[in-house]
Design a protein around this ligand. Structure first.
Ligand code: ZN
Length: 171
């Protein structure tokens, strides 16, 4: 409700509302950047959580699939953004995170699973999601978020037999 009201006056939004409150709201729909994808992908409803990203073609193992892009932010900003309903944050180091909700390639919509089929490879400041095994056309892309040092424990409903119960890594 609040988000709908805010959206109607988009031009008057403060950066706080535009960059921190609105992204990841209930109206957010994935847009996949072809420029950042090496394979044909599509968005789709997910059994795990809202939207997911799916392979539209077979992807061999150990291939770059899509780059995770977004706004570079510091950890103070990460803490500020915790109030979002969906975070879309990729924490790179103790100092640096990428906010996929701002300038994201669509990779920020890839859901967490405790049995992932892609992993994040960080090289020269770029985050590539790389296939862990062959991914068949129609499969949802799944990433283990491996959340560490977070005050918030997030329950997992990935449905994998190997589910550890939380998106967080065990302490
Ligand atoms: Zn799980």
């Amino acid at each position: 409700m609040v988000v709908a009201l805010l959206a109607s006056s988009r031009r008057e939004l403060t950066p706080f509302v535009r960059e921190i409150l609105m992204p990841g709201g209930p109206d957010a729909v994935p847009k996949i950047s072809k420029a950042h994808s090496r394979f044909a992908l599509r968005k789709g409803e997910s059994k795990i959580h809202r939207w997911g990203i799916y392979a539209k073609e077979d992807i061999p193992a150990r291939r770059r699939v899509i780059e995770y892009t977004g706004l570079k932010i510091g950890l103070a900003e990460v803490r500020r953004r915790q109030i979002r309903p969906n975070l879309y944050l990729f924490v790179l180091t103790d100092q640096l995170a990428i906010d996929g909700a701002i300038g994201g390639s669509g990779a920020e919509y890839i859901n967490h699973s405790c049995s992932p089929n892609v992993y994040a490879n960080v090289r020269r400041g770029h985050i590539w999601l790389v296939s862990l095994r062959k991914i068949e056309a129609g499969e949802e892309l799944l990433l283990d978020y491996r959340i560490r040092n977070s005050a918030r424990k997030i329950e997992c409903h990935c449905g994998s037999p190997a589910c550890r119960g939380f998106l967080n890594l065990p302490e």
